[in-house]
Structure formats: C-alpha cells, structure tokens
Design a protein around this ligand. Structure first.
Ligand code: GLC
Length: 441
C-alpha cells in the first residue's frame, strides 16, 4: 500500500510540475502549449486529487473553442518565444477563431465528454447536474461541428484531415496514405540532397528526445506542408476538403467519437436537457456506422480512406479501440480481446503496444509505431470493463501500474523492456496512472 501511495505522490508531483494555473501542459519544454485530449486525460486523473482543479482543466479548454464549435487540438502559449508556433497556424485567418487566443485549426480525438462525466462522478448530485448543464451547450456545439464539418455526406463517420487529429501522429495508416500521395518537388529535392538533416534545427521534439524515437524529418516536413496548405485556405473547411486532398476516417478517432456520443445522451438524460433532434438522429446513425469499419475479409477493424472508401489494412492499437465504444457486437468484442492477448500481436510483457510485433512497421522505440502508451491502454481497460472482461481489465491495469513503478511517468515505453521513452515527466501518463490506482478493483 505504501508503495502505491508513494507512486501516487510521484505522479501527482508531475502534474504539479507541469501546472500553469489554468491548465496543465503535457511536458515541460517539449510540449509548452495546451493540448485537447491531453487536458481531458489530465482532468480524469486530477479529479482524484482536487475536483475543482479538474474542472478548471476542462473549462480552460473551452477558451479555445471556435464560434463554429471546433475544439482545436492546441491552444498556444502566449509567451514571446513561441511566436513561430502561433504564426505557423495563424488561426486568426478564420473568422470563427477566438479573438483572445491563438489556436491550431484542427481537432483531436473528442475525449472531452468522457472527461466531463468522470469529473462529474466525483460530485454530489446537485453539483453534478449544475456542472453538466454548464458544459452541455459547448459540448453540443463541438459534436454538432464534428457532424456538420467532418461528416458532410451524412454517412455517420467523421473525416480527419491531418495525422495530428488522430492523436497518434506517425501511426502506420497515416504514413502509408501520406507516402501514397507523392511528395511535392521541393521536399523530394531536400530528401535527395540530404538537406533534411537541417530540419532538426527547427524541430523542438528532436532537440529534446533522441531522433530515433520520433518520426523522420521528411515525414515531419510533409506534415508541416499540410498545415501550410490549410493555412493558405484560411481554415475554410469547404476549401480544405477539396477533392483529391488527403483524408481518413480514422478508427481511433471514430471509436472515441462513438463513445462520446453515447456519453452525450447520458448527460442529456441525467440533466433532462433535450438535445437538438438532428443531433439525436445523427448519433443513432453514428452508433451503427462504426461497424462499417470492420473488414469482413480480414476479420478486423481498420481506418478507411475517405476518397476510395477502402480500409487501410494495417494493424495498430486503433484496431482494439472499438471495444471502448461499448456498442460493437459481443462476437467482435470477443475477437478483439483475443487479439489483445495474442502473443503474436498485442500480447506482450508490457501494456498493449501502439503497433503489434507482427507488423512490418513495428519499431519498439519509435513514437506511435511500437511503444506502449498509457492513454490507449486506459481506453482498452475501459472497453474491457464495458464488455464484462473484468479479469482482463484488472490484469492490464496491474501491468500498467507495474510499468509506472518500474520506469516512471514517461511519454511512452518500450513494450519489450519497459524502458521509458520520449518526454520524461509526461502529464497524461501521470494522470491516468493516478486514475488506474484509484479505480482498480
Ligand atoms: C504528440 C502526441 C499527441 C499529443 C501531443 C502532446 O504530438 O502524438 O497525441 O497530444 O504530443 O502531448
């Protein structure tokens, strides 16, 4: 027990270290801004320490909400040293962006409904209803925006327009699609002439973390180039979705969105505040549409190319996340539990890796191409519980806590050795560790 108290204290210290008053940054130096799904996971941990602080963490996210409902994946620090980051995105070009804060122009997996409810669980009923009523209109605006701007054909699933929106920056399906697109001449030139090494001079991540644990400079340039293109379209969604551009129905994002919609219904039920009719209809459609991401041929869930409608048959941790929706069929849920335990794929000594050992992409130290991350494992644990796999959920919880005892709150971990990688004192690892300690049975 003492050991666990010590661990909880160490993890709480990480959150304190990265606290900026209104919000918590993911990690000092490497990630100096506020990120959307990071703050949601952080609030889920903070609720065990201080509910008010957890509320502030969530409320501070809405500072960045656009008037059309978009929740940006980043709200930039206003410190002078980060003027280039703000300029790179230039959110002010959009008439919808907030006047007071510089933000990105894209979003991230919508974990915010989950965070609101988890924080609400820590309150007395009257207080909780008040909290929900305060958050609901903003949350509704965000979900309506997701359906309106990101599901223009009303098919039930949403499109992601940049790999950052998946939250798993260099996950194989995105890298595959990116390389299929072909490179602009100037990036090919940089590659051929080996000038890409110079990119390290402007990359914040590779100055803080071993480049072998991050994405390549050429891929980083290609990502930057998408932002540059969107900026030139002033973040106007009609222009951004112009045909021929690069878009995915990302499996992790859509799984999280499906769950978030179910949570929205729950909040509406508990507060007795009716949701707009059209939103209710689209939520019902979305609940069914997630099953379209199942490939009958492969017997697995995959992300899908929005243009060709073809599944991108590359196994990643996202293939396990439909469990978290809570709404897929029992048979398919069971097949995912088997896949999770299968030692040829995700069943490793440490928590589920971001890419299974069976994949050609598997690289145990490289960002979202192999390492284990705590947030995806937290989502899997929740999904296991929803489908009644309590023993499996407890076992995975224990593996996660043991890993934190062994290595500390790193950003990600080698799934074979448990070695900590990336940023050293990473907020969501700390926060979700606190949550797992406090919710384990
Ligand atoms: C990296 C991760 C992303 C996270 C961000 C801040 O870009 O891929 O998911 O939100 O860092 O921690």
């Amino acid at each position: 027990m003492d050991e666990q108290n010590n661990l909880q204290q160490t993890l709480a210290d990480v959150l304190e270290l990265n606290n900026k008053g209104t919000h918590t940054t993911p990690a000092a130096h490497l990630y100096p801004h506020q990120w959307l799904w990071d703050s949601c996971f952080i609030a889920i941990g903070l609720r065990h320490i201080d509910v008010k602080k957890a509320q502030t963490e969530i409320e501070s996210l809405f500072r960045g909400q656009w008037s059309n409902g978009l929740m940006p994946n980043m709200i930039f620090s206003d410190d002078r040293q980060y003027s280039l980051d703000r300029k790179m995105w230039s959110s002010h070009l959009s008439p919808f962006s907030p006047g007071d804060y510089a933000t990105s122009g894209i979003t991230q997996p919508p974990v915010i409904a989950e965070a609101i409810v988890r924080v609400g669980e820590k309150m007395k009923k009257t207080e909780r209803i008040q909290w929900y009523k305060k958050m609901l209109p903003k949350l509704v605006a965000y979900h309506e925006w997701l359906f309106r701007d990101r599901d223009p054909h009303k098919g039930g699933l949403t499109i992601q327009v940049h790999p950052y929106e998946s939250g798993m920056d260099n996950s194989p399906p995105w890298i595959i699609q990116l390389h299929e697109q072909g490179k602009p001449w100037w990036i090919s030139f940089i590659e051929k002439t080996n000038l890409d090494k110079a990119v390290n001079l402007v990359r914040r991540d590779t100055t803080h973390v071993n480049p072998g644990q991050r994405m390549s400079n050429i891929d980083a340039l290609l990502y930057w180039n998408i932002i540059r293109r969107f900026k030139s379209k002033s973040w106007d969604i009609d222009k951004m979705l112009h045909k021929g551009d690069f878009m995915l129905e990302d499996l992790a994002f859509n799984s999280i969105f499906t769950r978030a919609n179910q949570i929205l219904l729950k909040i509406s039920n508990e507060t007795r505040v009716k949701l707009p009719e059209e939103l209710v209809e689209r939520i019902a459609q979305n609940k069914k549409a997630i099953e379209e991401m199942w490939s009958e041929q492969e017997g697995r869930y995959f992300s899908r190319d929005f243009i060709t409608r073809k599944p991108i048959e590359e196994l990643t941790v996202a293939s396990l996340l439909p469990l978290y929706t809570g709404v897929i069929s029992k048979e398919r849920a069971e097949s995912l539990v088997k896949l999770l335990k299968d030692t040829r794929h995700f069943g490793m000594r440490y928590p589920a890796p971001s890419v299974p050992v069976s994949s050609d992409f598997y690289s145990p130290d490289r960002f979202w191409q192999g390492p284990s991350w705590l947030n995806t494992n937290w989502l899997i644990i929740d999904g296991l519980k929803q489908f009644g796999y309590i023993e499996e959920a407890n076992a995975l919880t224990k593996t996660c806590i043991d890993l934190l005892e062994k290595s500390g709150a790193f950003e990600y971990f080698n799934p074979q050795s448990g070695e900590g990688l990336g940023a050293k004192e990473f907020s969501w690892t700390a926060a979700l560790g606190i949550d797992l300690i406090n919710t384990k049975s």
